[in-house]
Design a binder for this molecule. Structure first.
Ligand code: 5GP
Ligand code: ZN
Length: 141
């Protein structure tokens, strides 16, 4: 897409520190890393949402992301990694070309995800799962 920063990075019109490239995906260092080595894996084809990425490409993104995570551990002695994808502005997506974050993590790296944990009222979890599963089955089958 013409005015997309990440499409420009793939095309070589904006410089980026490339980590990996194949026919389906491109990976490069995030310009504002949570920890050093923080990498973004993106589909070469422009997709705003993860939901429209073809299965083969989405699978490749996950595989490449996980292998980059392993490389960060082995080469730079990180303890672990997070794979993170924000889909939509309310979820924190800022660049509207879908991207998988690979975030190297250390036992005491000083960074904390602020996820919360709510509790379901009686029967609510079953009700949500039933409605969601019908919708997902209709979409995927
Ligand atoms: P989001 O919040 O959309 O999940 O993440 C977007 C990420 O892209 C941010 O972590 C940000 O630092 C990174 N980013 C934004 N613009 C550029 C850029 O021009 N080059 C690189 N390498 N990373 C970028
Ligand atoms: Zn794009």
């Amino acid at each position: 897409m013409a005015d997309c920063i990440f499409c420009k990075i793939i095309a070589g019109e904006i410089p980026a520190a490339k980590v990996y490239e194949d026919e389906l995906v491109f990976a490069f260092l995030d310009i504002g890393p949570i920890n050093f080595g923080h990498t973004l894996v993106i589909p070469k084809e422009h997709h705003e949402s993860s939901a429209t990425i073809p299965e083969t490409t989405a699978g490749r993104m996950f595989r490449v992301g996980a292998r980059i995570g392993i490389a960060l551990k082995r080469k730079f002695e990180w303890d672990a990694f997070n794979l993170h994808l924000a889909d939509g502005t309310a979820a924190g997506q800022v660049v509207m070309h879908a991207h998988l974050h690979v975030i190297p993590r250390g036992v005491e790296d000083g960074f904390h995800w602020n996820w919360r944990q709510l509790r379901y009222e009686e029967g609510k979890a079953a009700e949500i799962a039933r409605e969601l599963s019908m919708r997902v089955a209709a979409d995927l089958n």
